[in-house]
Design a protein around this ligand. Structure first.
Ligand code: ATP
Length: 288
């Protein structure tokens, strides 16, 4: 049996950076939203576990995911995982985490997974993996790995503007430290309590504390943000640690506005495309 699942990328509608914790990672308060710009991940029988993912070198996070499942007793026959990569790599859209989460959604269809294993393994694979297990609108705290779902927002759409270069997440955090961008604990706690009371997009602070760090490393990101604003977006932001830039449009006309903006931006930024928010159904495993 072949199984396929979409692995949606995410954008961060807001990201507040807090102090460094004892494990060396930063405390975060962030709102992730899954979008229709997605990888396609398929699992098919094979003589041995293997992963193919054109465009990504080094150990694939999906290889670590399969190894982690096997080490925790997952006994499905060997699988070949094919990843059709569409999410910008090292782009701040959590593409690797999305692929890992897609495999974790498909694994129990092929063989039982012991209770608690998926959640524990997700955290150990990376801070962004838990938020991608059940795609949608998610509040992330801790290092971004403690997640709770949020009620969907009013209709909106995105234009996504990939860059021609990637940024290492670790490097962006180092730059944020160098620039002294982290907030005090009390400030972060205040942001969290406002987000817990979120009643709609009017309450959402469209702020990404990592944006100045990404722009400090690659100033050309500023030009992309400006271009997205000029194309009519209500908010233009860097996603996560960047460098991907996105624009947000609200209202029933949002999909058409995002599409028109993408067409305009694509002249200068090839790969600019419209995207919609997506939820769990979009990412459910499909058999064939
Ligand atoms: P995040 O927003 O979660 O910090 P990102 O979107 O900036 O991550 P990714 O595309 O997830 O970055 O990948 C970061 C690095 O992880 C890549 O440079 C690549 O070497 C490695 N990697 C391993 N597996 C994958 C995968 N399946 N997809 C993308 N990158 C992968």
């Amino acid at each position: 049996m072949k199984l396929t699942a979409s692995a949606p990328g995410k954008v961060n509608l807001c990201l507040f950076l807090g102090p460094v914790r004892s494990d060396g990672r930063h405390e975060l308060v962030t709102v992730f939203e899954s979008v229709s710009l997605a990888d396609e991940v398929s699992l098919a029988p094979a003589p041995a576990d293997q992963v193919r993912c054109a465009g990504v070198s080094g150990v694939n996070i999906v290889t670590r995911t399969l190894d982690g499942l096997r080490a925790r007793g997952w006994s499905a026959p060997p699988v070949r995982v094919l990843i059709d990569k569409r999410i910008p790599v090292a782009g701040g859209m959590g593409g690797g985490s999305a692929d890992a989460a897609a495999v974790l959604r498909m694994a129990p269809v092929l063989a039982p997974v012991a209770e608690g294993v998926i959640d524990e393994l997700a955290v150990s694979l990376g801070a962004d993996v838990p938020s991608q297990l059940a795609p949608g609108l998610v509040l992330g705290t801790g290092a971004g790995d403690v997640v709770s779902p949020l009620a969907p927002l009013a209709p909106h759409a995105f234009v996504i503007v990939p860059q021609t270069f990637g940024l290492s997440t670790a490097e962006v955090y180092r730059e944020a430290d160098r620039l002294g961008l982290a907030r005090e604990e009390a400030d972060l706690a205040g942001r969290l309590s406002s987000l817990r009371g979120l009643r709609g997009e009017a309450d959402l602070p469209f702020v990404n504390d990592l944006e100045p760090a990404a722009m400090s490393l690659r100033p050309e990101i500023g030009g992309a943000l400006e271009a997205v604003r000029e194309a009519g977006a209500e908010h233009a932001m860097v996603s996560g640690s960047g460098p991907t830039v996105f624009g947000l449009f609200h209202g029933s006309e949002a999909p058409a506005l995002a599409e028109a903006a993408a067409a305009r931006l694509a002249e200068r930024y090839p790969g600019a495309r419209p995207a919609a928010p997506v939820s769990e159904e979009f990412a459910a495993p499909r058999g064939s």
